[in-house]
Design a protein around this ligand. Structure first.
Ligand code: ACO
Length: 326
């Protein structure tokens, strides 16, 4: 099989931020509660005129520039999101904005696991020799779907986009992966669509679009993440024929500092190897891993040939890990 490499990264976040102090004006909460339970201090929020397509395109442009290719060279644009501007998908709008005329573009949804699932999906197209240059974007604007009166959820989320360029490469730098799903636990975390009954004609009752805000069983999600994430990382490491000591960076979905700490502890990975930027962005869902990756690369924290263990986990439930070399 052919190899793949990540050759560029990029990210974009809205300019507007909301800190914990600001949240205290919206709901009964405190900076102390939020920081001790989650580690989050502020989050970026997309203004009403700011689209997911805009954020994702900006992240994509930065990744393409770092990779040193042109948009016209892209064969595929894969957008991992749960919050497209259009339910038919937003990837095609990104393709148009980038001027990536040759690229096929489509959306895929796996909630907070979207980036890792997308990475593995993109890799299959490259490994089979079908495509050479892929732009993978993880982007979400969860602020559109949060109940801003529900303190159990509204303090957690933020908006953003991150992207990587994946290219065919002589040596394979995606070293191992493991993906999982468990629909029996679906009700832990939902952004439900509950159609309202509308009788068109006698006996013909259709449902009309009616979205409910995000609901979450925080304790269950916490338990799930801390139990399952170390397992898939172990499995992906096994497939990569690597030991946990050989990991340079642990890059988890940025849901909550307590989850990051607990997973690192279970894997016996020292704190200095754990990448965390959730204090500034909150949980940005599919964007969180590529956003943190891009920051760490641009800060020269992640260096060429470093080995990164990335893991996404979230609604579905879905979870997965990918071990790759920068
Ligand atoms: N401010 C103040 N008090 C709050 C807040 C808030 N923002 N939210 C909840 N509380 C209260 C609750 O009402 C409850 O009060 P009560 O005991 O009087 O009923 C008390 O704090 C404790 O609530 P719990 O839900 O038990 O708090 P817990 O310690 O479990 O922390 C948290 C909640 C932070 C959500 C935790 O469960 C967690 O980290 N879960 C992981 C979920 C997660 O990260 N989800 C992200 C989305 S999922 C994903 O990306 C995969």
């Amino acid at each position: 099989t052919l190899g793949i490499a990540i050759t560029g990264s990029g990210s974009a976040v809205p300019a507007t931020f909301l800190d914990n102090q600001g949240l205290m004006e919206l709901v009964e909460t405190s900076d102390e509660w939020i920081t001790t339970r989650t580690g989050i201090r502020q989050r970026r929020l997309a203004n009403v005129g700011e689209s997911l397509t805009d954020l994702a395109t900006a992240a994509g442009e930065a990744a393409i520039a770092m990779a040193g290719i042109t948009p016209q060279q892209l064969d595929l644009i894969l957008l991992a999101t749960s919050t497209p501007d259009d339910l038919f998908g937003s990837a095609c709008q990104i393709q148009a904005k980038l001027g990536a005329t040759r690229a096929v573009a489509f959306d895929m949804t796996a909630a907070c696991s979207g980036f890792v699932f997308g990475l593995v999906t993109a890799a299959q197209f490259i490994r089979t020799g079908v495509y050479q240059n892929v732009l993978l974007i993880g982007a979400d604007i969860l602020s559109r779907w949060v109940d801003w009166q529900d303190r159990r959820t509204c303090v957690l989320f933020g908006d953003g986009a991150g992207a990587v360029v994946l290219q065919a490469n002589d040596s394979d730098r995606l070293l191992g992966f493991e993906l999982r799903s468990d629909g029996t636990q679906n009700d832990c975390l939902n952004l439900p669509y509950t159609p309202d009954a509308t009788e068109l004609l006698p006996g013909v009752v259709v449902g009309r679009g009616n979205f409910q805000p995000i609901t979450m069983n925080g304790k269950e999600v916490y338990r799930f993440a801390v139990q399952q994430v170390p397992e898939v990382i172990d499995k992906a490491l096994f497939r990569a024929n690597l030991s946990v000591e050989e990991i340079d960076w642990l890059l988890l979905h940025q849901a909550n500092q307590r989850i990051l700490d607990a997973v690192a502890q279970r894997l016996n990975i020292p704190e200095q190897k754990v990448i965390s930027n959730l204090a500034y962005y909150g949980n940005t869902s599919a964007a969180s891993i590529p956003l943190a990756l891009d920051e760490a690369i641009r800060q020269n924290k992640i260096k060429p040939n470093d080995i990164i263990a990335a893991s996404g986990f979230g609604a579905g439930l879905t979870w997965g890990a990918a071990i790759f070399q920068w």
